[in-house]
Design a binder for this molecule. Structure first.
Ligand SMILES: [Zn+2]
Length: 101
């Protein structure tokens, strides 16, 4: 799916859930803590390979900023200070539809 683009994004900060609606009618509910674990930036990939990335989501983890990256996806910043994660739309769609979450 090359041109997937969300139809609506709602951040439920108090419950820590990012809700994303897609044009095909599906709606993903992505927990902030799990999104943090799914970060694909270079640093997290390195920690994942070396086995030092936590495998349990922190329920207190929160998104503190959601910035669009052109029309490609979102740059998510988290309450632990991590703000380098770029989440392309196809990746968010995959996470929404249950993929690795
Ligand atoms: Zn990262």
């Amino acid at each position: 799916m090359h041109h997937i683009y969300p139809s609506d994004i709602t951040d439920h900060r108090s419950s820590g859930v990012l809700e994303i609606a897609w044009p095909d009618g599906s709606v993903g509910h992505l927990s902030h803590g799990l999104l943090r674990l799914q970060c694909r930036c270079g640093g997290c990939e390195q920690r994942r390979r070396s086995g030092t990335l936590p495998t349990q989501a922190d329920p207190a983890m929160r998104l503190v900023a959601i910035e669009p990256v052109g029309d490609k996806g979102l740059n998510l910043a988290f309450s632990d200070g991590h703000d380098r994660g770029i989440y392309p739309w196809p990746y968010l769609y995959e996470l929404s539809s249950g993929g690795s979450l």
